[in-house]
Design a protein around this ligand. Structure first.
Ligand code: PMP
Length: 385
C-alpha cells in the first residue's frame, strides 16, 4: 500500500511540530535500520517467495546450486567494491558473523598443546569477543583481555599461541585498526563487518588470512543471520567447516536464499546505488553530530582522518557507525548516566573494556532515532553556556 504519513514517536500535533519532552532516544543497539528506506525503494525486486515444497533437504543432500551461486556472488561483490581480495580464498558461511567468531577461534587454536591459545583484542573492543569466548570456555582457548598487554612481552619467544581479534573499522570507535601482535605463533581474526563504503573510505582491498564479513552491516538484514569468512589456509577452512557441521549442520538455506536475492539487488546496474545511499546517510549524520558537538567543552567525539577511497575515487571522511562519546569533565565520570539524564540511552564504555567516561551511541538506527538523539544532544550542549 501507499506509505502513511505519521509523526515520529516523539512529535505530535497536526504538523508534527510539538516535541514530547519525555521522549527518549534509544541509540543503544547496533540495529542497522538506516538501510530500511533503501529496501522500501526496492521492495519488489528484493522480495523472496519460497514454496512449501521447495528446498526441503539437508544441505549435504541438496542438489541445488544456491551455495555455489552465493559463493560466486560474494566474490563478485568484493571485486566490485574493492574491499577484499578473494583470490585463492575459501568461503565459509555462518549464521551471522557471530557464529564464525567462535568457529575461527576454534580453528586457530592448537589442539595438541597443553596450553590454551590466548585470545586477545585491543581496548576498546567489541564485547562478544570476550563474552562468547568465555561462554564457550575450552581447554583449547582462553580469553586474556587487552592485546596491548602482550605487545612488549615478546610474543616471539614463547610457545603460547595468540589469537588476536582485529576489528576494522573498529566497533565502537571506527578506527581502521591493525593487529598489534607479531610472531610465529600469533594469528589474527580480522572482523571486517564495517569495511564497506557506508562507514569508511576503502584504501585498498583487504588481504588478511582470515576475514569476517556479514550482511548485517552491509544490507542491514541483521535478522537473517548471514555472514561469511574468507579463509586463506586450507586446514583452517576445514576446521571451520567441521565446526559448522557439528554446530548447526550448515547455514539455513532460507537465509542463503534471502542473502542471494539481496546481494543481487546490491549489484544491480553499476552496483553503486546502495553505497551512494548508505554513505550519504551516514555522512549526513556524522556531519550533523559533529557540528552539534564541535562547540561543546563537556563532550567530545573520536577523531577521524580522511583517506583516499578507491571505491568513490576521491578523498573521503569516514562516516562511523557509532559515536564514541567522551565526557570530558571530571564530575561526569558516569557518562552513560549523564546522557541518560538528557534522554539518551547509549552503551557504557566499560562493556568495551574501556571505562564509563565513554559511551557508545549508535548512528545506524532509523532516521527518527538519530533525529531524537540529535535533538537531545543539542539541548544538552546549549545548556553548557
Ligand atoms: N562483529 C562486529 C564488530 C559487530 O559489530 C557485529 C554486530 N554488531 C558482529 C560482528 C556480529 O554481526 P552478525 O552476527 O549480525 O553478523
Amino acid at each position: 500500500g501507499s506509505p502513511v504519513c505519521e509523526c515520529n514517536t516523539c512529535f505530535g500535533g497536526p504538523d508534527c511540530s510539538q516535541f514530547s519532552p519525555h521522549c527518549v532516544a534509544d541509540v543503544e543497539s547496533g540495529d542497522p535500520l538506516f538501510l530500511e528506506p533503501f529496501w522500501m525503494q526496492h521492495a519488489a525486486s528484493s522480495a523472496v517467495v519460497i514454496m512449501g515444497w521447495h528446498r526441503m533437504s539437508y544441505s549435504y543432500s541438496d542438489r541445488s546450486t544456491i551455495s555455489q551461486e552465493l559463493d560466486k556472488l560474494i566474490r563478485k561483490l568484493h571485486a566490485l567494491v574493492g574491499n577484499a581480495n578473494t583470490t585463492g580464498r575459501f568461503i565459509v558461511f555462518g549464521a551471522g558473523s557471530t557464529q564464525l567468531l567462535n568457529a575461527a577461534v576454534h580453528a586457530l587454536s592448537p589442539h595438541n598443546s597443553s596450553e590454551p591459545a590466548k585470545v586477545v583484542a585491543t581496548i576498546p573492543y567489541y564485547p562478544a569477543y570476550k563474552s562468547q569466548t568465555e561462554f564457550f570456555d575450552s581447554v583449547h582457548f582462553h580469553f586474556e583481555g587487552d592485546a596491548s598487554m602482550y605487545m612488549n612481552s615478546s610474543t616471539s619467544n614463547t610457545t603460547s599461541t595468540f589469537i588476536e581479534f582485529v576489528t576494522t573499522p573498529n566497533n565502537p570507535d571506527g578506527k581502521l585498526s591493525k593487529a598489534v601482535l607479531r610472531g610465529p605463533n600469533v594469528k589474527a581474526i580480522y572482523d571486517r563487518a564495517y569495511y564497506w563504503p557506508h562507514f569508511t573510505p576503502i584504501p585498498a582491498p583487504a588481504d588478511d588470512d582470515l576475514m569476517l564479513f556479514t550482511i548485517s552491516k552491509l544490507t542491514g538484514h541483521a535478522g537473517s543471520r548471514f555472514g561469511w569468512a574468507l579463509v586463506k589456509e586450507k586446514d583452517v577452512f576445514e576446521a571451520m567447516t567441521t565446526y559448522m557441521s557439528r554446530n548447526t549442520e550448515g547455514v539455513s538455506r532460507d537465509s542463503q536464499l534471502r542473502a542471494l536475492k539481496l546481494l543481487k539487488v546490491v549489484m544491480e546496474g553499476s552496483g553503486r546505488e546502495i553505497f551512494e545511499f548508505s554513505s550519504k546517510t551516514m555522512n549526513d549524520r556524522w556531519d550533523q553530530l559533529n557540528k552539534t558537538l564541535s562547540v561543546s567543552k563537556h563532550f567530545s567525539l573520536q577523531e577521524i582522518t580522511p583517506q583516499h577511497c578507491t571505491f568513490f575515487q576521491q578523498v573521503r571522511t569516514p562516516s562511523p557507525a557509532y559515536a564514541w562519546l567522551k565526557c570530558e569533565r571530571k564530575e561526569d565520570k558516569d557518562c552513560p548516566a549523564v546522557i541518560r539524564e538528557s534522554g539518551i540511552i547509549g552503551r557504557n564504555g566499560t562493556l568495551y573494556g574501556s571505562n564509563s567516561s565513554y559511551v557508545r551511541l549508535s548512528l545506524i538506527k532509523t532516521q527518527d532515532d538519530f533525529d531524537i538523539m540529535l535533538h537531545h544532544l543539542n539541548k544538552l550542549v546549549s545548556k553548557e553556556k
